[in-house]
Design a protein around this ligand. Structure first.
Ligand SMILES: [Zn+2]
Length: 106
């Protein structure tokens, strides 16, 4: 079993899981129900994780993820502060870490 994707944003991890399952891959989520109130775990330990059950599917899974993240369904956004373009996979501007204020606009 391989860790295929993890992110602070649980919606993104759920989304990746759905995409991979639609591609016929078997995915298990970890840390699905942790998060707030976990006390002695660091924030990173509580990130939701998508694990690929069959190691031999790893390359296929990575291709699916990369294709999805480059897909036009993921609308790019332009930073208010520095005018850099970001893919929607980024919640913060890659250049200046400014928050994406347009996240819910479309
Ligand atoms: Zn910026």
């Amino acid at each position: 079993m391989k860790l295929i994707y993890t992110n602070e944003n649980r919606l993104l991890v759920s989304n990746i899981k759905n995409i991979l399952e639609n591609a016929g891959l078997v995915i298990i989520l970890k840390n699905e129900f942790s998060g707030a109130g976990v006390g002695d775990l660091s924030a990173f330990d509580t990130w939701m994780e998508a694990w690929l059950v069959n190691d031999e599917d790893y390359q296929k899974a990575m291709n699916v993820i990369n294709t999805s993240l480059n897909n036009t369904n993921y609308i790019d956004w332009v930073c208010d502060k520095c005018s850099e373009s970001n893919t929607s996979a980024f919640e913060l501007c890659w250049n200046c870490q400014h928050e994406n204020n347009n996240a819910l606009a479309s």
